[in-house]
Each structure stands twice: as structure tokens, then as C-alpha cells.
Write a protein that binds this ligand. Structure first.
Ligand SMILES: Cc1cc2nc3c(=O)[nH]c(=O)nc-3n(C[C@H](O)[C@H](O)[C@H](O)COP(=O)(O)O)c2cc1C
Length: 69
């Protein structure tokens, strides 16, 4: 199964630490939206996970934008 974790993490990189552990356990690829905005063919993945720190009582707007396409 091909898996991907898309996340936004910048402050303490806490979300990134969790994303990396999950990716390691599930053999998933990871993308930090803070560092890249490359186009990804989401249809090529069987499982996609999302992550973000909480910033001002919300997940990152950058993550929402990426999900909405
Ligand atoms: C600008 C800013 C706003 C934050 N707002 C909240 C918040 O509203 N509620 C909360 O529980 N934590 C808040 N936090 C704490 C972050 O969610 C926490 O530090 C988290 O680990 C950040 O994720 P990251 O290290 O992956 O960027 C805020 C942190 C920052 C820097």
C-alpha cells in the first residue's frame, strides 16, 4: 500500500516529529508544506494522512488550502 503524510510544521517541529515516526512505521512518504509546494499526484496513493500544529485555535490555513486543492 502506498501511503503519504502531508503536514505543516514550523514552530517546534512537533508535528514533523510525529509525522516522521508515523511515516517510519507505515513506510509512508512525507511532505512538509512549509518546505515545498510541489505538485503531488494524490490519486497515486492508497492512504493519505494530514497533520498540522494548532495555530491561533486552528490548523494551518496552508494545510486547508492544500487539501482543498
Ligand atoms: C503562533 C502560534 C499560535 C498557537 N496557537 C495555539 C492555540 O491556539 N492552541 C493551542 O493549543 N496551541 C497553540 N500553539 C501551540 C502549537 O500548537 C504547538 O507549539 C505545536 O507543537 C506547534 O506545532 P509545530 O511545532 O509542528 O509547528 C500555538 C503556537 C504558535 C507558534
Amino acid at each position: 500500500m502506498k501511503s503519504l503524510i502531508i503536514y505543516y510544521s514550523y514552530y517546534n517541529k512537533n508535528t514533523e516529529k510525529i509525522a516522521k515516526i508515523l511515516a517510519d512505521k507505515t513506510n509512508a512518504e512525507i511532505i512538509n508544506l512549509k518546505e515545498t509546494n510541489i505538485a503531488v499526484d494524490l490519486d497515486s496513493y492508497d492512504l493519505i494522512g494530514f497533520g498540522s500544529g494548532v495555530y491561533n485555535e486552528s490548523l494551518s490555513p496552508i494545510l486547508y488550502k492544500a487539501v482543498e486543492g
